[in-house]
Design a protein. Sequence first.
Lengths: 270, 475, 223
Amino acid sequence: MTHPPVSAPAPSDRPPGLGWTVGLFVTCLVDMFRPSVGFAAVKLLEDAGCRVVVPDVQTCCGQPAYNSGDRGDARRVAAQVVSAFEGFDHVVVPSGSCGGMIAHHFPDLFDDDPSMRRRAEALAGKTHELMSFLVDVLGVRRVAARYDGSVTYHDSCSGLRELGVKAQPRTLLASVDGLKLVEMANPEVCCGFGGTFCVKYPDISNAMLVDKTADIGATGAGTLLAGDLGCLMNMAGKLQRDGQAVQVRHTAEVLAGAGDIAAIGEPEAA
Amino acid sequence: MQSTAHAFKDNVEHALVDGNLQQSLALLKVGFSERRRQAVERLPEFEALRDRARDIKNHALAHLDFYLEAFEAKVTALGGHVHWAPTAQDARDIILDICREAGARTVTKSKSMIAEEIALNDHLAANGIEPVETDLGEYIIQLRREPPSHIIAPAVHLTKDQVADTFFEHHRKLGFDKRLTERSDLVAEARQVLRRRFQEADVGITGANFLVAETGSSMLVTNEGNADLGNTLPRVHVVIASIEKVIPTLEDAATLLRVLARSATGQEWSSYTTFNTGPKRPEDPDGPAHYHVVLLDNGRSGVLGTQMQDMLRCIRCGACMNHCPVYAAIGGHAYGWVYPGPIGAVLTPQLIGVEEAGNLPNASTFCGRCESVCPVRIPLPKLMRHWREREFERHLTPASVRQGLALWAFLARRPALYRRVTGIANRVLALFGRVAGRYAWLPLAGGWTRYRDFPAPQRGGTFHAQWRARGGARR
Amino acid sequence: MSARDQVLGAIRRSLKRGALSGDARVAAEARLREHPVNIVPVRTTGTQDDRVRLLEQWATFNQATTARVAAAEVPGAVADYLAANNLPARVVMAPDPALDRYDWNSRPMLQRRRGLPEDADRVAVTGALAGIAETGTLVFASGPDHPTSLNLLPETHVAILREADVVGPLEEVFTRLRARYGEGVMPRTVNTVTGPSRTGDVEQQLELGAHGPRRLHILIVRD
């Protein structure tokens, strides 16, 4: 298991990422459903002194094919990602599952192609989930944002177990004015999304969701945050179906000061 | 054991509405994981021990033939017998022969997943020999004619009331005519009933947690002590163990034991951890006169050297299923065969075929919690993914899924087309969803919307469209 | 082809080699001979007194009871324990000659029979090969002086453990076994027992006395 790279915190008189060009892997869900997450990521990275580039040949990380056993398609899509992103100092992903796909699984897809494997390993070594990049690589400890109210946090599985994302979002949320973090019971237990799992085994997925939303409700928090839009859409959909009044947002949005936009599944102002 | 793994979805449907099961699972969800967490906290060396345990098992597997031969030589030198069983049928035949030769009428059994795998009890019963399960959980399910639902806690799916009903129904003819309500009374009654069976038994059949090549010892780990009664009182002790149970030395056993009990139940050490080596010595006042070890292959040799080999490291602790949210939702019977939970999802297709058991490795979110607690670091999600790859290669994946994936991959590899298609989808879904912000139903998304709403996309176009419109850097 | 050849052949085919030979074989044989120690938890180090206390802590944690006594006090401690637990003053005792060192005649009301347990025996008294401080575990080796069934059948087991026989980790027990029986040699059964028998099979709650003893009392004897 690779751990996020740790470097010394930057001197305080300049933003830590100055000089670095970062490729943003937007993810297909953010692109299609919630661009504000992408823009929040851009803001956080630029505030930290990075120059952000969004290659427009990116589409998907290939995880749906990979997890369905379709190595061929997964490899072809992965090769495209490698080509699109290998030129950057770092690659940042506002998602633990897509980030984990690139950082952990891409090299294995090219077992039979040593030169492609080397390129995939190089990319994997510099690909980070957003929170982990900010805290572990750039040394960011605070953001200038305000969000009034109590918030609970779900540890999305891939980010947690493949990329070690646990303390970093909590560190940054602790610096948000007015925000009170209330931990839920069992924050590390899966929400039941699992990509195609939630539609292939909807009844099991629902059973897991029922437990998760009960834990969320028990905190009394007005807002749920996580770092993966798939998990967030899954939990938001259930909370809303059940009539639970919890706003669901991506951590990056709150950290970037965009906590006042319509939450996931809520109608936007006309 | 007869498999119902092909009926996984039906099994799941029943499991989700089974009130007793769900009540039991609610306990399991927090109980085992909390106890394990506390045990791990108490031992600073735990993570290093996991690494070493993994390495010991890998070493043993790479030298499996050598250590099996060494084990056999030691057992034979002591007057014990080692039998080799390439298949389940062979194992059944060997054990039946041993029991017949001993003139056995009843045999006591301690919990053995291998015995379940080869359907030993049915075979003995069909041949006029009564097998008596002595592990309390196994005893209960034997009375109820149910299979085990967990590899170390076979009756974990039952409530106390269900146990009380079962005892009341079956113990009456033995002279116990009161329906009990207290747990301690239920255990005491089982103790009494089974004590007689222990003493009557002609043969004791046990599994083995490990086989130690250095000394020719079989190891048994229980909390009840039933296995020890079963291998001490009868004239004949039969050990049935699969070939990958062999490990090199006693010191290796110590390492594996240190991670076994902690991972399984959160104990430092199981109450009875026993080393049995051969039949009784001439001067021993008790113990079996005959000691047999049946080594079962049943497909394991074929896993060696393949990308699935890691599953053979399993030490049958049950931690994976104790921490699996899917197991916690559906229980063990839904998996349809001997081995439930994540290890079941990986082992079952290997032993009974992926056509029969294909649902099992698919019913996972790959959350990875199983791998994070496996004492021998089996990469369970990776192995499940390999099964999905095999299914895909063999076109066992449903056609709709293959087509959906093919379409998605087609688009994903054509960025310009992808932009156009996703742009349209985004605008259409945003437009029609703008009032509510979400959909209670969507065509083709019935699986999703059965239980949850589907959030509508934000308005204003896809991220890439907006980024381009703002003149954001694209290279 | 015998079943044995079938299985071994299948293993070797999968491992893509014949029977283990050459350096690999030498190394594996050496491993069996030298049985290197893996990782031993630090909690097992310390003085002998530390170890005795650690054993008591873990044994108690596992619902055994313990008492530290001088050799002269052993028979009295046994008799008192039985009285305190409303048990009859009648025990079946292991034929172990090491138990003869205690002055049992100092408690003439305590009836003792040496040998195998019978149905009516409610209390067994035995020695112990060792006590493992790491986990609060007692070690019993089968033999003419210690029938295994004494550890299992009677409802109450009183084990007399000498302080000098308290070891830190399990590995030291192996050292003692090898010293007593020889390299690669074991008695028929080595029971390691941690607390009374128990089960969690009914609603995952612990109940004692599932099949083995309901009570385990450990007398730790100063020499």
